[in-house]
Design a protein. Structure first.
Length: 484
């Protein structure tokens, strides 16, 4: 997601006003509200007492995919045939963290540099290596290529010409790739020049779907991941681009299999649970609400069962710090899983070198910028992502325990069930700034012991005789694994 202004003078003025007010709101938020408590410590003066233990483990119904199949990373890996230590390093570290998939561009200019001249050697190396590691590659197909749009206007691309590229990719990687995402953030003029065009994007999506399914019937087509904010959001609301494509093509729901969103929070700064109103004229919703808005739009189109993916989400650590970046990663993932999102790609693996004209763009990474070969180190977010894999990877979401525990708004308690053992796993946190909450968890039926774990999967305490586990929830996700 990039903060880019375009369109008419009124819209530019509206967005500039919105951003100016937003920055003021955030400055107040930063001064007055940021939680800087160290990991797994509490604020005694603002601690909520534990409720009396109650039966909370009834009607646990595991739904959705295994957590391990949900976790992914939106990558910028080098895909060419030459040796690349950074590519090798990224694949190795993702594998060590239990990540099973990543999103990568199969660039049009690399695959078809001239009309009907095909060069898959520029992408085969990466795809082959991914297979060796056991990764799923979620391909993103973009952007324009000079010979197909000499004007530089993406709306001048002939949909059948673009679809020919999509069809050739589908044919070449049939059986190797499972999904093709049609463009990236087509609702932003940074990625669809000179300005977004819902009608033309819809025409390209329809032609691409037909070409891809003809070449490889089992491949899934992903609606290009939408940025959470665009030039029409103030007037038309979140995910308005999908609605405008639908209005231009009422049958568009027949031409994609998965809807993708990029639910970045306000200025990529606020926590995933935070909803902020600006000057009583606009509300930037929290993570769960943004997902709900996407579901509402799909339902309006008769697509209530359409899978939703996050092909990008993330926070830069530049202003919030590594600790909060990691905390937000875990919390956003759990909120997404609870909300039924089927794939979540964290953006991205590497920090940049710090020279980007939009400074925050260089600080989304799981690893620091590699000044030289091997000169990098993991950030806190990497360890938290790895910890989630280790604790929850073989489990499915089973229940929202928050109402059963009578928890206040902003405090989360979720239950998961391990696919292999049937054991119960608890995940919880308190997102409220400066607060902590104690919860009392009774042992599930047949449980004989437990481990209380932090978000790195380090053991905080364990036992086998108390029958009640007391956990003080704070801004960091904590887990309780019950043992049968």
């Amino acid at each position: 997601m990039h903060c880019v202004l375009s369109g008419g003078a009124f819209m530019q003025k509206s967005i500039c006003t919105f951003l100016a007010i937003s920055i003021c709101v955030l400055l107040v938020f930063m001064i007055c509200g940021c939680n800087k408590n160290p990991s797994n410590k509490t604020v005694a003066s603002k601690s909520e007492p534990a409720q009396k233990p109650r039966n909370i483990w009834y009607d646990l119904n595991p739904t959705g995919p295994l957590v391990d199949t949900i976790l992914g990373e939106a990558s910028h890996m080098y895909s060419g045939p030459e040796e690349s230590w950074s590519r090798n390093y990224e694949l190795q570290k993702l594998s060590e963290a239990g990540i099973k998939r990543f999103r990568e561009t199969i660039s049009w200019k690399d695959v078809e540099p001239a009309d009907n001249e095909w060069h898959f050697e520029n992408t085969d190396t990466l795809v082959d290596m991914a297979q060796e590691y056991g990764f799923t590659v979620d391909a993103k197909l973009c952007y324009g290529v000079d010979w197909a749009e000499p004007s530089g206007n993406d709306s001048d691309i002939n949909p059948e010409v673009y679809a020919d590229y999509v069809g050739h990719v589908a044919e070449h990687y049939c059986g190797t790739m499972q999904t093709l995402e049609i463009w990236n953030e087509p609702n932003l003029d940074h990625f669809w020049k000179p300005y977004p065009d819902p009608a033309h994007y819809g025409s390209m999506l329809i032609a691409s779907y037909i070409a891809a399914k003809t070449a490889c019937p089992d491949i899934k087509i992903v609606f290009g991941g939408l940025s959470s904010f665009d030039n029409e959001t103030l007037i038309l609301g979140f995910w308005n681009f999908l609605d405008r494509v639908w209005k231009a093509h009422p049958d568009i729901g027949n031409y994609f299999d998965i809807f993708a969103i990029h639910p970045y929070t306000l200025l990529q700064f606020t926590a995933p649970e935070v909803s902020l109103s600006v000057d009583d004229m606009f509300t930037w919703p929290d993570f769960e609400t943004m997902i709900g808005m996407a579901k509402d739009q799909l339902s309006k189109m008769g697509l209530a069962s359409m899978p939703i993916w996050e092909t990008e989400f993330g926070w830069p650590s530049l202003y919030i710090g590594d600790e909060d970046q990691a905390a937000y990663l875990a919390r956003a993932l759990l909120i997404s899983i609870k909300s039924g999102v089927e794939v979540c790609h964290w953006y991205t693996f590497w920090d940049g070198d710090g020279t980007n004209t939009t400074p925050t763009e260089d600080y989304f990474g799981l690893f620091t910028y590699p000044a030289g070969e091997g000169e990098t180190s993991p950030k806190e977010a990497y360890y938290v992502l790895k910890g989630m894999h280790e604790v929850l990877g073989r489990s499915r979401f089973a229940a929202d325990l928050s109402p059963r525990l009578l928890l206040p708004a902003g405090v989360y308690a979720l239950a998961f069930l391990d696919k292999d053992t049937g054991a119960v796993i608890f995940a919880g946190w308190d997102s409220r700034t400066g607060y902590s909450t104690e919860v009392a968890l009774p042992f599930p039926e047949n449980a004989t012991g437990y481990q209380l774990l932090n978000d790195h999967n380090d053991v905080i305490q364990e036992g086998d005789g108390d029958k009640i586990v007391r956990v003080i929830l704070n801004k960091h996700v904590q887990y309780v694994k019950f043992e049968d």
